[in-house]
Design a protein around this ligand. Structure first.
Ligand SMILES: NC(=O)C1=CN([C@@H]2O[C@H](COP(=O)(O)OP(=O)(O)OC[C@H]3O[C@@H](n4cnc5c(N)ncnc54)[C@H](O)[C@@H]3O)[C@@H](O)[C@H]2O)C=CC1
Ligand SMILES: O=C(O)CCC(=O)C(=O)O
Length: 457
């Protein structure tokens, strides 16, 4: 029987779903501070990205003049893991899910990347996202390679204990292939610090107490101060660096943000605190606009109480599908991949796009937007704040010493500022845009490590 996103039933039919009929719980996010379960309605389909990452990689390899054998070895993943995870559901039936972990490259250090729970998780997408992590950790210049994982499931349709069982079974299946110096998972869409706590606990049953085996875990279990906000804070630092190049600042810009989960909500809060005007936001429940600026504190409270931003009284409700094409200065996609594509690229009105999500812009849209003079800050730099603070967390665990939040944030700023400068240097050297600047930077660092280790033949 095929596994579907709620797990294929392999026992007697389940009792009828008692959840609210007007809420399709196929996608969800965790408002801050809340643990599982937190159901949200169905997300839009995210167009595939599996051809997108190699295309950018190949262009970068060409600019760098990489040897074809080396190019091939950099592209092929180190290891692809696919495991069957069967759990008893709360009603006593069994359900099966498919879990993936793709370990792309480890030339620069242990492989690193998030684990995603989403109904659209598939091996090709996980593969592309793992590859993206390899270039991202190299752009950030942290001593890691790249990996990504996921389970094809609808977390909002599973109870907290079902999610715990699923996470523990997944960990049992991959525990001997991950590790502090091998592959270190972290949260991504549909997972959070609680998920990491379960992985840590299950892994530790086999290997002894091992806090550094995951990052993005709760502070009580060795998580780092500042990790929860890190991707959003990194987006703020990256945006400041980009705007400064154009003689602009956060304070004089109008922002639109797609997604109000971990990354989007922190980006919105920090941009707003820095004086930026956030004029529209969407999540899977809807979109809200206020040209005078949304009150983010109130929106956070509303979202936590109402399972999403829908119904917020501090702005007018707009069609979520038109959010990306609303008038603004800076657009920040912070949800799914492939949302900026040839269908809407011509209609976008932002002058700057900051890619907080992974691969939100497809290559055709890249070309259209470049012709329109829109400046895109690429994902492998713009959202690298999360993995950078994950690295700080891992370092703290290994040292057995906890940093204060000020130190974490100051170090993050140093890394983001340095990353921007390094990326710009590559743009100058290769006369290319920021995306190719970031890709040539990342690919070059990984290629050098590969050659130095003698792996290229
Ligand atoms: N969490 C992290 O540290 C990092 C996350 N990312 C990327 O950032 C993006 C968001 O990740 P998280 O915030 O962690 O996930 P999350 O699960 O916390 O939040 C996802 C958000 O996207 C919204 N969403 C889903 N479908 C939508 C749609 N069709 N239209 C509008 N909004 C929609 C959800 O309602 C939710 O607000 C993903 O692409 C992820 O890979 C990148 C780097 C690090
Ligand atoms: O924090 C991490 O290790 C990985 C975060 C991640 O999955 C990403 O940057 O896309």
């Amino acid at each position: 029987m095929e596994a579907d996103s709620t797990g294929s039933a392999v026992g007697p039919p389940a009792a009828e779903d008692s959840s609210s009929p007007d809420v399709d719980e196929d996608a969800f996010a965790f408002p801050r501070g809340l643990l599982y379960p937190f159901p949200f309605p169905e997300a839009l389909s995210s167009p595939s990205c599996e051809t997108l990452v190699p295309r950018n990689f190949k262009q970068a390899a060409k600019l760098l003049g990489l040897d074809s054998k080396l190019e091939k070895s950099l592209l092929i993943p180190f290891r692809e893991i696919k495991v069957e995870c069967t759990i008893p559901k709360d009603d006593g039936t069994l359900a099966s899910f498919v879990g993936f972990r793709v370990q792309h490259d480890n030339a620069r250090g242990p492989m690193k990347g998030g684990i995603r729970y989403h109904h659209e998780v598939d091996p090709d997408e996980v593969n592309a996202l793992a590859q993206l992590m390899t270039w991202k950790t190299a752009v950030a210049n942290i001593p890691y390679g790249g990996a990504k994982g996921g389970i094809g499931c609808s977390p909002g349709k599973l109870s907290c204990s079902e999610l715990e069982r699923l996470t523990r079974v997944f960990t049992q299946k991959i525990h001997d292939l991950i590790g502090i110096h091998t592959d270190v998972p972290a949260p991504d869409m549909g997972t959070n610090s609680q998920t990491m706590a379960w992985i840590l606990d299950e892994y530790s049953k086999f290997h002894g107490h091992s806090p550094a085996v995951v990052t993005g875990k709760p502070i009580d279990l060795g998580g780092s101060l500042g990790r929860e906000a890190a991707t959003g804070r990194g987006v703020l630092f990256a945006t400041e660096a980009l705007l400064a190049e154009y003689g602009k600042s956060i304070k004089d810009q109008r922002f639109i943000i797609q997604g109000f989960g971990n990354v989007g909500s922190w980006a919105a809060q920090l941009i707003s605190e820095a004086g930026g005007k956030v004029i529209a936001i969407s999540d899977v429940t809807g979109a809200i606009k206020n040209t005078n600026g949304l009150d983010i504190e109130k929106l956070l409270k509303h979202s936590a109480e109402n399972r999403g931003i829908k119904g917020f009284s501090g702005g007018e409700s707009i069609d979520a599908s038109s959010l990306l094409t609303e008038d603004c200065d800076v657009l920040i996609p912070a949800a799914l991949g492939g949302v900026i594509n040839r269908e809407n690229a011509n209609d976008l009105r932002a002058k700057f796009i900051i890619e907080a999500a992974n691969h939100p812009t497809d290559p055709e849209a890249d070309e259209i937007l470049s012709k329109k003079g829109v400046v895109i800050l690429p994902d492998i730099y713009a959202n690298s704040g999360g993995v950078t603070v994950s690295y700080f967390e891992w370092v703290q665990n290994i040292q057995g010493f906890m940093w204060d939040e000020e130190k974490v944030n100051a170090e993050l700023k140093t890394y983001m500022t340095r990353g921007f400068k390094d990326m710009k240097e590559m743009c100058k050297m290769h006369n290319c845009d920021l995306r190719m600047g970031a890709f040539t930077l990342g690919v070059n660092r990984v290629a050098r490590a590969t050659v130095l280790r003698g792996w290229e033949a």
